[in-house]
Design a protein around this ligand. Structure first.
Ligand code: ZN
Length: 331
């Protein structure tokens, strides 16, 4: 190869290296996920996709009519069936259900054929007033579609103490949430239910107080300002409720997801136990308080204890491991 050609080749190689990276990146937002723009309103998006605002809200777990730029919403799509696909796969891949697809397209059986055009609406979420009840997968999708405008630095772990496991009957999630909300507003005089998130013995997760609103619990304003409060239904003091495996998995899983979402590395400064905050002064005292100056919350037997040492030894490693697992899935 002569010198002139090698120079040209070198020049081309340098130009390729210098090309801005984003031009090579592929847009991975699926067609049934709409990214909210500045001028959008709930009615304008609903009109564009020919659905009601109520349907848009209930399929996206929206707690109010206000939207935030960058927030992602599940929307209906037109879909062409390809060879070898069945309804179950199509529903799963498009955040829908077999029932929803059949109803929308007036199908009398589960049979679909290549070339068939379907309208696929997103599945409805389980909502009751402001409460959204989800399983772990649903919570993951929901959380990553949200735009959080608050600066979140602290994930608080609490147990409810009362209601405890004996008050949970397998299907009374909303009843427990509404009675806690009533207690917090009527007895405590707070604006809304104190906690943002509640977890249940069956592993289900509820979002109640919107994540864009700071929590309002007895832990105090310092912990609440940049915090997200999670209440775990149960009494996890020694000798009381024994946490179920499903509940353990959910607590680790959602703490890991929230850490990823808000860019937090598990430590005593990012994942806190109520027990580390003084009952009266509302200052963080960690393990340096008399027992009557702090609550035992989230329980003397919460993942092996409520001290900073037990958090470091038993809880944070599980959260870190789960974060790695979730990051692996995202790639
Ligand atoms: Zn607490």
């Amino acid at each position: 190869m002569n010198k002139k050609y090698s120079c040209i080749l070198l020049l081309i190689s340098i130009m390729l290296i210098l090309l801005p990276y984003p031009t090579m990146a592929v847009d991975t937002t699926p067609p049934n996920l709409y990214v909210v723009q500045t001028a959008d309103t709930l009615p304008s998006i609903a009109k564009r996709y020919n659905i009601s605002t109520h349907e848009l809200k209930i399929t996206n777990g929206l707690q109010s009519d206000s939207l935030i730029k960058g927030q992602k919403l599940w929307v209906p799509v037109t879909y062409e069936v390809t060879t070898g696909e069945n309804l179950e796969e199509i529903a799963w891949a498009n955040n829908s259900t077999i029932q929803t697809i059949k109803e929308t397209n007036n199908l009398t059986s589960n049979h679909v054929y290549p070339g068939q055009i379907l309208t696929i609406k997103p599945k409805k979420m389980n909502m009751n007033g402001q409460h959204i009840l989800m399983n772990r997968d649903e919570f993951k999708d929901w959380l990553f579609n949200q735009q959080i405008t608050r600066d979140i630095q602290l994930i608080q772990q609490h147990h409810t103490w009362k209601p405890s496991y004996k008050n949970f009957h397998g299907n009374n999630h909303f009843q427990l949430l509404n009675s806690m909300q009533h207690h917090h507003m009527k007895t405590m005089g707070w604006d809304n239910i104190a906690q943002n998130i509640t977890t249940f013995p069956d592993g289900k997760i509820a979002v109640s107080r919107p994540l864009n609103t700071a929590p309002e619990g007895s832990i105090g304003p310092k912990a609440n300002k940049h915090g997200i409060a999670i209440e775990h239904i149960g009494n996890f003091d020694q000798g009381h409720d024994v946490m179920t495996k499903e509940h353990q998995e959910t607590i680790v899983y959602i703490t890991a997801l929230l850490s990823l979402k808000f860019g937090l590395t598990p430590s005593i400064d990012t994942i806190t136990y109520h027990h580390w905050w003084h009952y009266k002064t509302k200052e963080r005292v960690l393990d340096n308080a008399k027992s009557y100056e702090v609550k035992s919350c989230p329980g003397t037997n919460f993942f092996g204890g409520n001290s900073t040492n037990s958090a470091k030894k038993y809880f944070y490693p599980l959260v870190k491991e789960k974060m790695k697992e979730l990051e692996g899935l995202a790639k």
